[in-house]
Ligand binder design. Structure first.
Ligand SMILES: C[S@@+](CC[C@H](N)C(=O)[O-])C[C@H]1O[C@@H](n2cnc3c(N)ncnc32)[C@H](O)[C@@H]1O
Length: 259
């Protein structure tokens, strides 16, 4: 099964959107990483984008080595501009094993599974790339709750768009319902609510909307796109903080076998 194309772009604007993602999600990611034993040998950031999550992993877990894997060369160029001995970025399709790094103590997956055609298959592959007793951390969107009509319009279009290319915006729900994954034992699962300021969210959605362009699956007319874009621009100056809540599913799997 081939993966859907990554529909959110990988140019400088997309990198800027990832900087916002990092700002928005850093607190929930840090609280998740607090559940990992310190000083692992090798940590891998699966689908690392421009490297913001990889640096957060490196700064938080104090691993011997932290490596970001991604298929986007432009993102890897941005990510790797200040890599060092303990931090590296490598081109690799993470749905394929073996990884060029060898097996890891910790694999981290954040906002990647919505873009993969076969999330269950990806988890089976990752199980084979863990050292004995290694951990796979999956941190994915389960729901985004909002009564704001502009956000609702955007989210419905994003869901249709991802669905149309074989992805799943709310893949966290699906992972929660996976039965047994060969090579992995689920040791914890929790739902974490992440309230996001309206202005930050509107700016991020606006960048996404620009990245999709007139995507047929989103089913928005050029007029709809213009109207949604300017409604998001209006929200980008809002001071509201309680209008939209991400629910993140954070699951920890432990390897039952060595990679
Ligand atoms: C939404 S970004 C998330 C980046 C980062 N994990 C974060 O949370 O900020 C998804 C990333 O996954 C990458 N990606 C998509 N499919 C991939 C694959 N099969 N192998 C490696 N990277 C992939 C994309 O290029 C993109 O950088």
């Amino acid at each position: 099964m081939s993966n859907p194309p990554y529909a959110f772009g990988d140019d400088d604007t997309a990198a800027e959107r990832h900087r916002m993602l990092a700002y928005i999600f850093a607190p929930e990611i840090k609280s998740f990483l607090g559940r990992v034993p310190p000083d692992p040998g090798l940590v891998i950031d699966l689908g690392c984008g421009p490297g913001f999550t990889t640096r957060l992993l490196a700064d938080t877990l104090n691993a011997g080595k932290t490596v970001g894997l991604d298929t986007s060369r432009p993102f890897l160029d941005i990510a790797g501009s200040d890599s060092n001995g303990g931090l590296d970025f490598v081109h690799h399709d993470v749905t394929r094993a073996p990884f060029p790094t060898g097996a890891a103590d910790v694999l981290f997956c954040h906002l990647l599974l919505p873009h993969l055609a076969d999330p269950a298959g990806a988890l089976r592959t990752w199980a084979s790339q863990l050292r004995p007793a290694g951990l796979l951390l999956v941190d994915e969107v389960s729901d985004i709750q909002t009564a704001n009509p502009t956000f609702r319009t955007y989210l419905d279009a994003a869901e249709r768009m991802l669905d149309g290319i074989g992805g799943d915006l709310y893949v966290g729900r699906r992972v929660e319902q996976f039965g047994r994954v060969p090579g992995l034992r689920r040791i914890s699962s929790r739902l974490v609510k992440n309230p996001v300021a309206t202005a930050a969210c509107a700016r991020m959605f606006r960048l996404n909307l620009d990245a999709w362009g007139p995507n047929p699956h989103a089913a928005l007319s050029p007029e709809d796109i213009t109207a949604l874009g300017s409604a998001l621009d209006d929200l980008a100056t809002s001071t509201a903080t309680n209008e939209i809540h991400w629910q993140m599913r954070q699951i920890i799997f432990k390897a039952t076998t060595g990679g």
